[in-house]
Design a protein. Structure first.
Length: 152
C-alpha cells in the first residue's frame, strides 16, 4: 500500500489522529485512519506462583479492569524502556524489582495505531511500597487461578 498524502485530523499531548489517502495494491484509492501514540512498557510482575495485577478505570471501555502495570512516558519525555518499566511498576504497585528482563516488543493495535510496547518480566523483590500508589488497587493472582479464569 502506498501513502499518497496525509492530514492531521486531531492532536493533543498524548496522541495524533491522521487520515492518509492511500493507493491499494490493486490500484484503487481509499483512506486509512491512523492513531499515533508513543510506545509504552508493560510489566509482568512475577511473584512465587503468580503475578501482581492492578485495577484501573479505563475510560474508552467505560469500566474498571484488572491488568498488568503499564504506561508510557509523559508528554515530551523520552527514556530507556526498561527504566519506564521500573517506573510504572513502582508507581502502580509500589514494588521494586531486582531484575527486569525484556521479553519482546509488540504492537498495541497495528491495524490502526503506531503504538508499540515493550514487555518485561519483573522478578526478585525489594521491600517497601511507594506512597504514590495508594489510589491504585492491586492484587496478587495465582497462576493456577489464571488458568481457571482465562484458559477455559
Amino acid at each position: 500500500m502506498e501513502r499518497l498524502d496525509s492530514r492531521t485530523v486531531y492532536t493533543n499531548a498524548w496522541m495524533t489522529v491522521r487520515e492518509d489517502r492511500v493507493r491499494r495494491p490493486d490500484g484503487s484509492t481509499g483512506i486509512y485512519g491512523v492513531v499515533e501514540k508513543p510506545d509504552s512498557a508493560l510489566v509482568l510482575p512475577r511473584w512465587a506462583e503468580g503475578f501482581w495485577l492492578v485495577e484501573q478505570f479505563r475510560y474508552p471501555v467505560g469500566r474498571r479492569a484488572w491488568e498488568f502495570p503499564q504506561g508510557s512516558w509523559g508528554h515530551g519525555v523520552r527514556g530507556d524502556a526498561s527504566a519506564l518499566a521500573r517506573q510504572e511498576l513502582a508507581e502502580e504497585t509500589g514494588l521494586r524489582a531486582e531484575t527486569v528482563t525484556h521479553l519482546g516488543h509488540l504492537y498495541e493495535a497495528y491495524g490502526f495505531s503506531t503504538q508499540g510496547f515493550d514487555v518485561y518480566l519483573a522478578t526478585g523483590w525489594c521491600t517497601g511500597r511507594s506512597p504514590t500508589c495508594r489510589s491504585v488497587p492491586w492484587c496478587w493472582l495465582a497462576k493456577s487461578s489464571m488458568r481457571r479464569r482465562w484458559l477455559r
